[in-house]
Design a protein around this ligand. Structure first.
Ligand code: HEM
Length: 398
Protein backbone atom coordinates (compact mmCIF):
# COMPACT_ATOMS: atom_id res chain seq x y z
CA UNK A 1 0.00 0.00 0.00
CA UNK A 2 1.65 3.32 -1.08
CA UNK A 3 2.01 6.37 1.19
CA UNK A 4 -0.87 8.85 0.81
CA UNK A 5 0.90 11.77 2.49
CA UNK A 6 4.36 13.28 2.77
CA UNK A 7 6.55 15.39 0.48
CA UNK A 8 6.91 12.69 -2.20
CA UNK A 9 3.14 12.22 -2.42
CA UNK A 10 2.54 15.99 -2.39
CA UNK A 11 4.96 16.47 -5.31
CA UNK A 12 3.44 13.63 -7.35
CA UNK A 13 0.39 11.80 -5.96
CA UNK A 14 -0.45 10.14 -9.28
CA UNK A 15 1.55 6.86 -9.04
CA UNK A 16 0.04 6.12 -5.60
CA UNK A 17 -3.46 6.93 -6.86
CA UNK A 18 -2.97 4.71 -9.93
CA UNK A 19 -1.93 1.85 -7.65
CA UNK A 20 -5.07 2.26 -5.57
CA UNK A 21 -7.30 2.45 -8.66
CA UNK A 22 -5.80 -0.82 -9.91
CA UNK A 23 -5.67 -2.67 -6.62
CA UNK A 24 -8.00 -1.30 -3.92
CA UNK A 25 -10.34 1.23 -5.55
CA UNK A 26 -12.31 1.68 -2.32
CA UNK A 27 -9.56 1.76 0.30
CA UNK A 28 -9.99 2.15 4.05
CA UNK A 29 -7.62 4.96 5.13
CA UNK A 30 -6.80 5.68 8.79
CA UNK A 31 -7.14 9.29 9.98
CA UNK A 32 -6.10 11.08 13.20
CA UNK A 33 -7.78 10.31 16.54
CA UNK A 34 -8.94 6.81 15.58
CA UNK A 35 -11.13 8.02 12.73
CA UNK A 36 -10.99 6.52 9.22
CA UNK A 37 -12.56 6.97 5.79
CA UNK A 38 -13.31 5.04 2.60
CA UNK A 39 -11.05 6.55 -0.08
CA UNK A 40 -12.56 6.32 -3.59
CA UNK A 41 -10.24 6.45 -6.62
CA UNK A 42 -12.14 5.15 -9.69
CA UNK A 43 -14.13 7.57 -11.87
CA UNK A 44 -17.31 5.45 -11.95
CA UNK A 45 -17.32 5.05 -8.14
CA UNK A 46 -16.52 8.74 -7.72
CA UNK A 47 -19.55 9.75 -9.83
CA UNK A 48 -21.72 7.25 -7.94
CA UNK A 49 -20.58 8.67 -4.57
CA UNK A 50 -20.94 12.33 -5.58
CA UNK A 51 -24.49 11.82 -6.83
CA UNK A 52 -25.88 9.39 -4.21
CA UNK A 53 -28.25 11.13 -1.76
CA UNK A 54 -27.57 8.35 0.76
CA UNK A 55 -24.16 10.00 1.15
CA UNK A 56 -25.06 13.14 3.07
CA UNK A 57 -23.02 16.29 3.67
CA UNK A 58 -24.08 17.32 7.15
CA UNK A 59 -21.14 16.55 9.50
CA UNK A 60 -23.71 15.51 12.12
CA UNK A 61 -24.36 12.38 10.02
CA UNK A 62 -20.82 11.11 10.73
CA UNK A 63 -20.33 8.41 13.35
CA UNK A 64 -19.28 9.33 16.89
CA UNK A 65 -15.55 8.61 16.40
CA UNK A 66 -15.35 10.78 13.29
CA UNK A 67 -17.26 13.62 14.95
CA UNK A 68 -15.03 13.47 18.00
CA UNK A 69 -11.90 13.56 15.81
CA UNK A 70 -13.18 17.04 14.74
CA UNK A 71 -12.42 16.42 11.10
CA UNK A 72 -15.73 17.32 9.43
CA UNK A 73 -16.58 20.06 11.87
CA UNK A 74 -13.55 21.37 13.73
CA UNK A 75 -15.68 23.34 16.21
CA UNK A 76 -19.02 22.48 17.70
CA UNK A 77 -21.92 24.13 15.95
CA UNK A 78 -19.91 27.02 14.54
CA UNK A 79 -22.54 28.74 12.41
CA UNK A 80 -20.21 29.70 9.55
CA UNK A 81 -19.24 26.03 9.19
CA UNK A 82 -22.55 24.30 9.89
CA UNK A 83 -24.86 26.59 7.93
CA UNK A 84 -23.10 26.69 4.62
CA UNK A 85 -24.25 24.79 1.55
CA UNK A 86 -21.25 22.48 1.38
CA UNK A 87 -22.32 21.06 4.75
CA UNK A 88 -26.07 21.07 4.06
CA UNK A 89 -28.50 18.50 2.66
CA UNK A 90 -31.99 18.75 1.21
CA UNK A 91 -34.23 20.64 1.63
CA UNK A 92 -31.98 23.38 3.10
CA UNK A 93 -29.22 22.89 0.54
CA UNK A 94 -31.55 23.34 -2.45
CA UNK A 95 -33.26 26.39 -0.93
CA UNK A 96 -30.01 28.27 -0.19
CA UNK A 97 -28.10 27.12 -3.27
CA UNK A 98 -30.87 28.38 -5.60
CA UNK A 99 -30.46 31.88 -4.18
CA UNK A 100 -26.70 31.83 -4.55
CA UNK A 101 -26.68 30.47 -8.10
CA UNK A 102 -29.16 33.11 -9.18
CA UNK A 103 -26.87 35.72 -7.63
CA UNK A 104 -24.13 34.47 -10.01
CA UNK A 105 -26.20 35.91 -12.85
CA UNK A 106 -24.68 36.04 -16.35
CA UNK A 107 -24.75 39.87 -16.05
CA UNK A 108 -22.75 39.84 -12.83
CA UNK A 109 -20.28 37.22 -14.11
CA UNK A 110 -19.77 39.16 -17.37
CA UNK A 111 -19.09 42.32 -15.38
CA UNK A 112 -16.53 40.35 -13.40
CA UNK A 113 -14.90 39.20 -16.65
CA UNK A 114 -14.15 42.81 -17.60
CA UNK A 115 -12.92 43.55 -14.08
CA UNK A 116 -10.74 40.41 -14.06
CA UNK A 117 -9.06 41.56 -17.28
CA UNK A 118 -8.41 45.03 -15.85
CA UNK A 119 -6.96 43.59 -12.65
CA UNK A 120 -4.79 41.04 -14.49
CA UNK A 121 -3.36 43.84 -16.66
CA UNK A 122 -2.72 45.99 -13.58
CA UNK A 123 -0.92 43.17 -11.75
CA UNK A 124 1.20 42.32 -14.79
CA UNK A 125 2.07 45.98 -15.29
CA UNK A 126 3.48 46.00 -11.74
CA UNK A 127 5.92 43.18 -12.51
CA UNK A 128 6.86 44.29 -16.04
CA UNK A 129 10.42 45.52 -16.20
CA UNK A 130 11.48 43.48 -13.18
CA UNK A 131 12.86 40.57 -15.15
CA UNK A 132 11.77 38.13 -12.43
CA UNK A 133 8.50 37.45 -10.66
CA UNK A 134 6.94 35.07 -8.16
CA UNK A 135 3.69 34.28 -9.89
CA UNK A 136 1.73 33.04 -6.89
CA UNK A 137 2.23 36.25 -4.88
CA UNK A 138 2.31 38.56 -7.91
CA UNK A 139 -0.66 37.21 -9.89
CA UNK A 140 -2.31 33.95 -8.80
CA UNK A 141 -3.13 35.09 -5.25
CA UNK A 142 -4.23 38.72 -5.71
CA UNK A 143 -6.40 38.17 -8.80
CA UNK A 144 -9.06 35.78 -7.40
CA UNK A 145 -8.89 37.41 -3.98
CA UNK A 146 -9.73 40.83 -5.35
CA UNK A 147 -12.44 39.36 -7.57
CA UNK A 148 -14.17 37.52 -4.73
CA UNK A 149 -14.04 40.75 -2.71
CA UNK A 150 -15.70 42.61 -5.62
CA UNK A 151 -18.33 39.88 -6.01
CA UNK A 152 -19.26 40.15 -2.34
CA UNK A 153 -18.87 43.92 -2.27
CA UNK A 154 -16.14 43.82 0.40
CA UNK A 155 -13.75 46.79 0.61
CA UNK A 156 -10.43 45.98 -1.09
CA UNK A 157 -8.49 47.69 1.72
CA UNK A 158 -9.49 44.82 4.00
CA UNK A 159 -7.75 42.16 1.87
CA UNK A 160 -4.67 42.02 4.10
CA UNK A 161 -6.82 41.49 7.18
CA UNK A 162 -8.75 38.72 5.41
CA UNK A 163 -5.50 37.14 4.23
CA UNK A 164 -4.14 37.00 7.78
CA UNK A 165 -6.99 34.66 8.79
CA UNK A 166 -7.53 32.84 5.49
CA UNK A 167 -3.86 31.84 5.18
CA UNK A 168 -4.16 30.00 8.48
CA UNK A 169 -7.37 28.25 7.43
CA UNK A 170 -5.83 27.30 4.06
CA UNK A 171 -3.07 25.41 5.84
CA UNK A 172 -5.49 24.00 8.41
CA UNK A 173 -4.40 20.39 8.00
CA UNK A 174 -1.11 21.22 9.67
CA UNK A 175 -2.49 23.24 12.54
CA UNK A 176 -3.47 22.64 16.10
CA UNK A 177 -7.17 23.16 16.82
CA UNK A 178 -6.60 26.32 18.86
CA UNK A 179 -4.70 28.06 16.06
CA UNK A 180 -7.46 27.15 13.65
CA UNK A 181 -10.07 28.35 16.11
CA UNK A 182 -8.40 31.76 16.43
CA UNK A 183 -8.25 32.13 12.63
CA UNK A 184 -11.88 31.04 12.18
CA UNK A 185 -12.93 33.46 14.94
CA UNK A 186 -11.05 36.18 13.07
CA UNK A 187 -12.78 35.36 9.79
CA UNK A 188 -16.19 35.16 11.50
CA UNK A 189 -15.63 38.59 13.01
CA UNK A 190 -14.44 39.96 9.67
CA UNK A 191 -17.64 38.66 8.02
CA UNK A 192 -19.89 39.96 10.83
CA UNK A 193 -18.41 43.46 10.36
CA UNK A 194 -18.82 43.21 6.62
CA UNK A 195 -22.47 42.14 6.86
CA UNK A 196 -23.19 44.94 9.36
CA UNK A 197 -21.61 47.51 7.02
CA UNK A 198 -23.59 46.16 4.03
CA UNK A 199 -26.82 46.34 6.00
CA UNK A 200 -26.15 50.04 6.60
CA UNK A 201 -25.01 50.73 3.02
CA UNK A 202 -26.17 48.12 0.52
CA UNK A 203 -24.69 47.99 -2.98
CA UNK A 204 -25.07 46.11 -6.25
CA UNK A 205 -23.24 43.05 -4.99
CA UNK A 206 -23.87 39.47 -3.96
CA UNK A 207 -23.76 40.08 -0.23
CA UNK A 208 -26.37 42.86 -0.42
CA UNK A 209 -28.57 40.50 -2.45
CA UNK A 210 -28.19 37.76 0.18
CA UNK A 211 -29.05 40.29 2.92
CA UNK A 212 -32.27 41.09 1.03
CA UNK A 213 -33.05 37.36 0.92
CA UNK A 214 -32.51 37.21 4.65
CA UNK A 215 -34.83 40.18 5.25
CA UNK A 216 -37.44 38.38 3.11
CA UNK A 217 -37.09 35.33 5.36
CA UNK A 218 -35.63 33.12 2.61
CA UNK A 219 -32.39 32.38 4.48
CA UNK A 220 -31.40 32.64 8.13
CA UNK A 221 -28.75 34.99 9.55
CA UNK A 222 -26.47 31.97 10.09
CA UNK A 223 -26.91 30.86 6.48
CA UNK A 224 -25.98 34.35 5.33
CA UNK A 225 -22.77 34.28 7.38
CA UNK A 226 -22.07 30.69 6.30
CA UNK A 227 -22.45 31.58 2.64
CA UNK A 228 -20.12 34.56 2.88
CA UNK A 229 -17.59 32.36 4.72
CA UNK A 230 -17.82 29.60 2.10
CA UNK A 231 -17.56 31.93 -0.89
CA UNK A 232 -14.52 33.67 0.57
CA UNK A 233 -12.72 30.42 1.32
CA UNK A 234 -13.89 28.23 -1.63
CA UNK A 235 -13.59 30.98 -4.21
CA UNK A 236 -10.04 31.91 -3.43
CA UNK A 237 -7.55 29.18 -2.57
CA UNK A 238 -8.86 26.87 -5.36
CA UNK A 239 -8.44 29.47 -8.07
CA UNK A 240 -5.01 30.58 -6.80
CA UNK A 241 -3.79 27.00 -7.17
CA UNK A 242 -5.52 26.56 -10.55
CA UNK A 243 -3.68 29.58 -11.98
CA UNK A 244 -0.37 28.29 -10.53
CA UNK A 245 -0.82 24.70 -11.74
CA UNK A 246 -1.89 25.72 -15.25
CA UNK A 247 1.08 28.07 -15.61
CA UNK A 248 3.42 25.36 -14.39
CA UNK A 249 2.07 22.81 -16.89
CA UNK A 250 2.79 25.23 -19.76
CA UNK A 251 6.22 26.20 -18.40
CA UNK A 252 7.18 22.52 -18.59
CA UNK A 253 5.93 22.30 -22.20
CA UNK A 254 7.51 25.25 -24.07
CA UNK A 255 6.07 24.06 -27.41
CA UNK A 256 2.53 24.41 -26.00
CA UNK A 257 3.37 27.75 -24.43
CA UNK A 258 4.48 28.98 -27.86
CA UNK A 259 1.31 27.55 -29.47
CA UNK A 260 -0.85 29.49 -26.97
CA UNK A 261 1.12 32.69 -27.59
CA UNK A 262 0.67 32.28 -31.36
CA UNK A 263 -3.06 31.71 -30.93
CA UNK A 264 -2.78 28.14 -32.30
CA UNK A 265 -4.21 26.61 -29.13
CA UNK A 266 -7.45 27.74 -27.52
CA UNK A 267 -7.01 29.09 -24.01
CA UNK A 268 -10.22 27.46 -22.81
CA UNK A 269 -8.97 24.02 -23.98
CA UNK A 270 -5.63 24.66 -22.24
CA UNK A 271 -7.33 25.56 -18.95
CA UNK A 272 -9.96 22.79 -19.01
CA UNK A 273 -7.34 20.13 -19.64
CA UNK A 274 -5.08 21.62 -16.94
CA UNK A 275 -7.97 21.35 -14.46
CA UNK A 276 -8.37 17.68 -15.38
CA UNK A 277 -4.67 16.86 -15.57
CA UNK A 278 -3.50 18.57 -12.38
CA UNK A 279 -6.50 20.22 -10.75
CA UNK A 280 -6.34 22.36 -7.61
CA UNK A 281 -8.82 20.34 -5.52
CA UNK A 282 -7.43 16.95 -4.50
CA UNK A 283 -10.52 15.47 -2.92
CA UNK A 284 -14.19 16.31 -2.72
CA UNK A 285 -15.41 17.21 0.77
CA UNK A 286 -16.48 14.55 3.29
CA UNK A 287 -19.63 12.56 2.66
CA UNK A 288 -21.38 10.47 5.33
CA UNK A 289 -23.58 7.42 4.74
CA UNK A 290 -27.07 7.85 6.15
CA UNK A 291 -28.23 4.41 4.93
CA UNK A 292 -26.32 1.23 4.12
CA UNK A 293 -25.12 1.25 0.51
CA UNK A 294 -22.74 -0.50 -1.84
CA UNK A 295 -20.02 1.41 -3.63
CA UNK A 296 -17.71 -0.36 -6.07
CA UNK A 297 -18.51 -3.69 -4.40
CA UNK A 298 -17.79 -2.38 -0.90
CA UNK A 299 -20.58 -2.20 1.68
CA UNK A 300 -20.72 1.18 3.43
CA UNK A 301 -22.51 1.37 6.79
CA UNK A 302 -24.47 4.37 8.15
CA UNK A 303 -22.17 6.92 9.81
CA UNK A 304 -19.13 5.87 7.77
CA UNK A 305 -17.25 8.50 5.81
CA UNK A 306 -16.40 8.57 2.11
CA UNK A 307 -13.66 10.70 0.55
CA UNK A 308 -13.61 10.95 -3.26
CA UNK A 309 -10.24 11.54 -4.93
CA UNK A 310 -10.94 13.98 -7.77
CA UNK A 311 -7.30 13.84 -8.86
CA UNK A 312 -7.52 10.08 -9.26
CA UNK A 313 -10.93 10.03 -11.00
CA UNK A 314 -9.58 12.54 -13.52
CA UNK A 315 -6.71 10.18 -14.42
CA UNK A 316 -8.82 7.02 -14.69
CA UNK A 317 -7.88 5.17 -17.92
CA UNK A 318 -11.38 3.68 -18.02
CA UNK A 319 -12.62 7.15 -18.98
CA UNK A 320 -9.64 9.11 -20.35
CA UNK A 321 -7.36 7.86 -23.16
CA UNK A 322 -3.68 8.30 -22.14
CA UNK A 323 -4.81 9.92 -18.88
CA UNK A 324 -1.28 10.84 -17.80
CA UNK A 325 -0.73 12.95 -20.88
CA UNK A 326 -1.69 16.62 -21.02
CA UNK A 327 -3.75 16.88 -24.22
CA UNK A 328 -5.68 20.18 -24.56
CA UNK A 329 -8.81 19.71 -26.64
CA UNK A 330 -9.12 15.99 -25.79
CA UNK A 331 -12.64 14.77 -26.61
CA UNK A 332 -13.52 13.38 -23.17
CA UNK A 333 -15.28 16.02 -21.06
CA UNK A 334 -15.93 13.89 -18.00
CA UNK A 335 -13.49 15.59 -15.62
CA UNK A 336 -14.69 15.86 -12.03
CA UNK A 337 -12.56 18.90 -11.08
CA UNK A 338 -15.66 20.96 -10.26
CA UNK A 339 -17.43 18.00 -8.66
CA UNK A 340 -20.69 16.43 -9.85
CA UNK A 341 -24.29 16.33 -8.69
CA UNK A 342 -26.06 18.57 -6.19
CA UNK A 343 -22.86 20.16 -4.83
CA UNK A 344 -21.30 20.94 -8.23
CA UNK A 345 -19.14 24.06 -7.91
CA UNK A 346 -21.24 27.22 -7.84
CA UNK A 347 -18.28 29.32 -9.01
CA UNK A 348 -17.16 27.11 -11.95
CA UNK A 349 -17.91 29.65 -14.69
CA UNK A 350 -16.25 32.46 -12.74
CA UNK A 351 -13.23 30.27 -11.95
CA UNK A 352 -12.79 29.35 -15.64
CA UNK A 353 -12.92 33.05 -16.59
CA UNK A 354 -10.33 33.96 -13.95
CA UNK A 355 -7.86 31.23 -14.89
CA UNK A 356 -8.26 31.81 -18.63
CA UNK A 357 -7.75 35.56 -18.31
CA UNK A 358 -4.76 35.14 -15.96
CA UNK A 359 -2.97 32.71 -18.29
CA UNK A 360 -3.83 34.46 -21.57
CA UNK A 361 -2.78 37.87 -20.22
CA UNK A 362 0.42 36.50 -18.70
CA UNK A 363 1.53 34.81 -21.94
CA UNK A 364 0.51 37.74 -24.11
CA UNK A 365 2.65 40.03 -22.03
CA UNK A 366 5.56 37.64 -21.36
CA UNK A 367 5.84 35.10 -24.19
CA UNK A 368 9.42 34.29 -23.15
CA UNK A 369 8.34 33.14 -19.67
CA UNK A 370 10.56 30.46 -18.04
CA UNK A 371 10.64 28.65 -14.73
CA UNK A 372 13.41 30.15 -12.58
CA UNK A 373 14.30 26.98 -10.67
CA UNK A 374 14.35 23.24 -11.38
CA UNK A 375 10.87 21.71 -11.21
CA UNK A 376 12.01 19.28 -8.49
CA UNK A 377 12.75 22.22 -6.15
CA UNK A 378 9.19 23.54 -6.13
CA UNK A 379 7.43 23.14 -2.76
CA UNK A 380 3.91 21.68 -2.89
CA UNK A 381 1.27 22.45 -0.27
CA UNK A 382 1.05 19.54 2.14
CA UNK A 383 -2.73 19.92 2.16
CA UNK A 384 -5.20 17.05 1.70
CA UNK A 385 -7.51 19.56 0.07
CA UNK A 386 -5.57 21.87 -2.21
CA UNK A 387 -2.98 20.80 -4.77
CA UNK A 388 -0.66 23.67 -5.64
CA UNK A 389 2.79 25.15 -5.17
CA UNK A 390 3.73 27.70 -2.54
CA UNK A 391 5.82 29.76 -4.93
CA UNK A 392 6.28 29.89 -8.66
CA UNK A 393 9.44 31.91 -9.43
CA UNK A 394 9.88 32.78 -13.12
CA UNK A 395 12.12 34.71 -15.52
CA UNK A 396 9.83 36.99 -17.45
CA UNK A 397 11.97 36.93 -20.59
CA UNK A 398 12.35 39.76 -23.05
C1 HEM B 1 -10.62 26.34 -10.27
C2 HEM B 1 -11.28 26.73 -9.20
C3 HEM B 1 -12.28 25.89 -8.47
C4 HEM B 1 -12.37 24.54 -8.36
C5 HEM B 1 -11.47 23.48 -8.98
C6 HEM B 1 -13.52 24.25 -7.51
C7 HEM B 1 -13.95 22.98 -7.17
C8 HEM B 1 -15.08 22.70 -6.44
C9 HEM B 1 -15.55 21.37 -6.13
C10 HEM B 1 -14.85 20.08 -6.52
C11 HEM B 1 -16.70 21.49 -5.43
C12 HEM B 1 -17.61 20.36 -4.93
C13 HEM B 1 -17.10 19.77 -3.65
C14 HEM B 1 -17.88 18.56 -3.19
O1 HEM B 1 -18.85 18.11 -3.83
O2 HEM B 1 -17.52 18.03 -2.12
C15 HEM B 1 -16.96 22.91 -5.26
C16 HEM B 1 -18.04 23.44 -4.58
C17 HEM B 1 -18.22 24.79 -4.39
N1 HEM B 1 -17.49 25.82 -4.96
FE1 HEM B 1 -15.86 25.64 -6.16
N2 HEM B 1 -14.11 25.44 -7.15
C18 HEM B 1 -13.39 26.47 -7.72
C19 HEM B 1 -13.68 27.82 -7.63
C20 HEM B 1 -14.75 28.36 -6.98
C21 HEM B 1 -15.09 29.77 -6.96
C22 HEM B 1 -14.34 30.88 -7.70
C23 HEM B 1 -16.19 29.89 -6.14
C24 HEM B 1 -16.98 31.11 -5.73
C25 HEM B 1 -16.80 32.31 -6.15
C26 HEM B 1 -16.54 28.56 -5.67
C27 HEM B 1 -17.58 28.28 -4.83
C28 HEM B 1 -18.01 27.00 -4.52
C29 HEM B 1 -19.15 26.75 -3.65
C30 HEM B 1 -20.03 27.79 -2.97
C31 HEM B 1 -19.27 25.36 -3.58
C32 HEM B 1 -20.32 24.57 -2.78
C33 HEM B 1 -21.47 24.15 -3.65
C34 HEM B 1 -22.51 23.29 -2.92
O3 HEM B 1 -22.19 22.71 -1.88
O4 HEM B 1 -23.64 23.23 -3.41
N3 HEM B 1 -15.65 27.67 -6.20
N4 HEM B 1 -15.97 23.62 -5.91
Amino acid sequence: MPQLAGPEYDANPYPALAWLRDNVPIQRVELPAGAWTWFVTRHADAVAALTDPRLAKSPFCANEVFQQAKLGLPFDNRSSLVHNIINQDQPDHGRVRKLVTSAFSPRRVERLRARTQELADELLETIAGRGEAELIADLAYPLPTRIIFELLGAPQEHIDEFHKHAAVIDSSSMLAQDELRVATDGLDEFIADLVAAKRRTPGDDLLSELIEHQSAGLISADELTGMAFLLLVAGQETTVAAIGNTTLILLRRPELLTAVCRGDLSISAVVEEALRFDGPVQNATWRYAVEPLELGGQRIEPGETVLVSLLSANRDPAVFTSPDEYLPGRPERAGLHFGRGAHYCVGASLARIEVEIAIASLLRRFPGLELALPFEELRWWPSPITRGVYELPVHLGR
